[in-house]
Design a binder for this molecule. Structure first.
Ligand SMILES: Nc1ncnc2c1ncn2[C@@H]1O[C@H](COP(=O)(O)OP(=O)(O)O)[C@@H](O)[C@H]1O
Ligand SMILES: O=C(COP(=O)(O)O)[C@@H](O)CO
Length: 575
């Protein structure tokens, strides 16, 4: 149970503020996350890690000399937005290019890839590595689909050590990929975690039972069995990991770094009892344990559970592994003090001026603002239910992300409209704010949806129904181009596509916007409900596809709620 918070929607921000206040010697806050507060040699590759919040010391706690140069810190259990990653990478970049390293989750991949494109377009050399250590999340034949859990530490450390050793960007990326190829993890949990403000844990495990193959969120495991003894658990973890040795690792005499990771509320003492047996089993298997780790490296709020990671260094990786580290959440060896960095941007950019708009467009901007107020209100009412729906096969954060995104969009729209902006600028500002504040998969996609519509509205004249329908068609295309989901994959595309088709049809037949929108919203609502019967093929729910049958896709459901809320605003404005 997470017990202490103010407003749950502000939890991640307030946590970061306190974390930086407590660790000013090593980290400094920048928009989107943190960077080292110490200076690094000019030309050194900057390693920027990141992911959702709720995993301390991942990700901000792993920033400091010898480890990451910066961390993009997203909302709870949701990837940082592309804007956050870009902002942290710009602040961390030091003339040697940037390596982005993160766990392989749909939201992270979307946002870090978009950030990489943007950084490259700005002339900053950039490479990426997505960590894929979790055995339980996909078979050996699909290693690229596996998610990243505590193996993050091994990959991040090697990348950072390679940067400290003066490797160029390509070589840092090569070393990090090699470390990823040589890292495997497997985890179990005895109870689920509860997000701040939530009434119930994301999942529960019956008393006396243990869920196998848990990740670092609320995703369901791949099996369940009675809680074994500490020795029994050690045997299960070691046996599972030794069934899949990385290529190039010979079982006899191999050197291995074991990392026994606590997921949030398992006692260190319990983990030491487990590790006692892990150490013996590795020895019995003819392996040499190097620099064993027992502690918390990548947690899942208050989840009671543990994972074992085996990192198999070759000579080069073992040499890099010896690099000393001084980060708030992780220390190793003795680091020579470095001077304080003096050139870190502290404040976020001030709001840009709004382009000139005529009266008709400003009136349309008022409708945009009213629509976003209705969107924020409907999401507020359904946030908990959306989270529960997402927890059936996903990570339970859909309500939190949508709440943060829709609130931020409304604030940005109100500010723009208040400053005299037209419809396009008002909605474009809302789009940026939504994706930036919400992060995750749906945050990125809602940014695309709103931005696509904004582009068709213009800041002069009242937008016609045809422009709105064209904007929604562009949104369907944009979301599919970005997220690669097809109709039938059980995503928000299943509601957005019929919404777009129906809107275009009704408008083409001459209906006014309120009527056309209402008909399209009805189509979206029906299509969202029908997703209950589908098997998910994309996103977080994919590994637990069968569990989600009978429950609609949360992203499709929230999209339908939003279209209905906007239909009400348009209907009301007409009357
Ligand atoms: N590739 C994709 N294309 C379109 N929509 C997607 C895709 N992946 C996931 N989604 C949508 O995102 C929703 C989950 O959103 P959310 O929980 O906020 O993000 P995250 O999974 O990053 O935590 C899903 O219910 C689904 O509708
Ligand atoms: O969950 C995380 C990001 O994945 P999403 O796909 O955005 O849910 C995060 O906690 C790990 O980076």
């Amino acid at each position: 149970m997470t017990r202490l918070w103010n407003d749950p929607a502000d939890f991640a921000d307030e946590m970061i503020e306190g974390f930086c206040a407590a660790n000013a010697r090593q980290v400094r806050r920048v928009p989107g996350g943190v960077v080292r507060s110490t200076a690094s040699p000019r030309g050194q590759v900057a390693v920027v890690v990141g992911g959702g919040s709720g995993h301390y010391p991942a990700f901000g706690g792993l920033v400091g000399q010898g480890l990451a140069h910066g961390a993009a810190m997203g909302n709870l259990f949701a990837s940082p937005s592309a804007q956050q990653v870009v902002s942290v990478a710009r602040a961390a970049e030091n003339g040697g290019g940037v390596l982005l390293a993160y766990g392989n989750y749909a939201g992270d991949v979307l946002n870090f890839d978009a950030a990489q494109d943007k950084l490259r377009a700005e002339g900053i050399a950039c490479e990426s590595v997505a960590v894929t250590d979790d055995l339980a999340s996909a078979g050996a034949g699909e290693r690229g689909k596996r998610r990243g859990i505590a193996g993050d530490l091994a990959v991040f450390r090697i990348a950072a050590a390679a940067a400290e050793a003066g490797y160029g960007l390509g070589e840092v990326a090569r070393a990090a990929r090699l470390a990823n190829d040589r890292t495997r993890s497997f985890g179990v949990a005895f109870s689920g975690c509860t997000l701040p403000g939530a009434e119930a844990p994301l999942f529960t495990v019956p008393e006396g039972r243990m869920a196998l193959g848990l990740g670092i969120h609320g995703e369901p495991g791949i099996g369940e069995e009675a809680v074994p003894t500490a020795d029994g658990l050690a045997e299960l973890l070691v046996t599972s990991l030794l069934t899949e040795l990385p290529e190039g690792v010979a079982p006899q005499g191999a050197r291995v770094v074991p990392i026994l990771n606590g997921l949030g509320s398992l006692k260190y003492e319990e983990m030491f009892v487990v590790y006692r047996r892990v150490a013996r089993l590795l020895e019995d298997a003819g392996l040499v344990a190097v620099d064993p780790h027992v502690g918390e490296y990548c947690t899942s709020f208050d989840m009671a559970g543990t994972s074992l990671t085996l990192f198999w260094p070759d000579e080069e990786l073992e040499r890099l592994w010896e690099t000393p580290v001084d980060a708030p959440g992780y220390r190793r060896g003795a680091v020579a003090p470095a001077p304080e960095r003096t050139d870190v941007p502290r404040a976020s950019a001030s709001a840009a001026e709004v382009p000139v708009a005529d009266e008709a467009s400003r009136a349309a901007a008022a409708t945009v603002r009213a629509s976003l107020a209705a969107v924020a209100a409907v999401i507020e009412r359904h946030a908990d239910a959306l989270g529960r729906m997402d927890a059936v096969a996903g990570d339970g954060d859909h309500g939190i992300g949508m709440r943060r995104g829709s609130r931020a969009a409304l604030e940005a729209a109100a500010a723009a409209h208040g400053a005299g902006a037209g419809a396009a600028t008002t909605l474009a500002r809302a789009a940026d704010a939504w994706s930036d504040r919400a992060g995750g998969t749906s945050g990125a996609l809602w940014g695309v949806i709103l931005a696509s519509v904004a582009e068709r509205l213009g800041d002069q004249g009242r937008p016609e129904a045809r422009a709105v329908a064209a904007g929604i068609s562009a949104a369907v295309e944009g979301v599919q181009a970005y997220g690669k989901a097809e109709v039938g994959d059980k995503t928000l595309v299943d509601a957005l596509a019929p919404f777009g088709t129906e809107l275009a049809r009704a408008v083409a037949e001459g209906a006014a916007l309120p009527e056309a929108w209402a008909a399209a919203a009805e189509a979206a609502t029906g299509a969202a409900a029908a997703t209950a019967g589908l098997l998910p093929r994309m996103g977080r729910a994919r590994p637990h596809a069968h569990k989600s049958v009978g429950t609609p896709d949360p992203g499709a459901h929230s999209l339908a709620l939003i279209t209905e809320a906007v239909a009400n605003v348009l209907r009301h404005e007409r009357n």
